[in-house]
Design a protein around this ligand. Sequence first.
Ligand code: MN
Length: 256
Amino acid sequence: MINLQAIDDAVGADFHCHLDLYPEHIALIGECEKLKILTLTVTTTPKAWPRNRELTESCSYVQAALGLHPQLVSERANELPLFEKHLAETRFVGEIGLDAGSRFYSSFAEQEAIFSRILSMCAEQRNKILTIHSVRSVSKVLKHLEKNLLPFNGRVILHWFTGTENEVRKAADIGCYFSINDEMLKSQKHRNLILQLPLDRILTETDGPFIQRAGKPIRPAQSTLTCVELSKVRGLEPYQMKNVILKNAKELLAYI
Ligand code: MN
């Protein structure tokens, strides 16, 4: 369980990574604990949850989330009952969401059915914190969030958000947070979008191991470097950006 007191000495925050997809899964959990990196490690199938939970339940800084990745819905929709079974065991949900990219569009109707069902289960249990994928489907994702969950029955972090300025405003209005990664900071278009984000809704993420730094899968501790890059975009000193991120993280995690 994340210990809210421990958050006071956290040095960084990675709100979306996949520790269980690194060969050194266990060592990385230890590294995040030792270096005091608040880490939300997502899962992609409900079957992966029990092991992830077991490995993180005694952690102070690392928390696992229960997920059903939209890109896996076509093969894993049958795990939805398992998702439902485990949901009461955690406050953290992800990776979930929608993906309307060409490779996954054929399962889009099924993705929507599952996403909507997961959101209503989360709303019913309240108090959940969700990290959400929204590739080419931001307006649909926001519509489902408004219908089923926000603004009162949960908290949402939009992971690797690539919507429009209008969608930023809409998402912020219903209470969403935004987790920013290295790849987003490389694009001028996304840097412009990041300038529109309310400062009190910004978090950092790595999405490791899917993002590389210096030719190797990025590690959660390197989210502190992402924070430095982000400070330049926002015109803040690195320590100010870090304080903003950690304050936002603390407010989010203290949500009841
Ligand atoms: Mn991911």
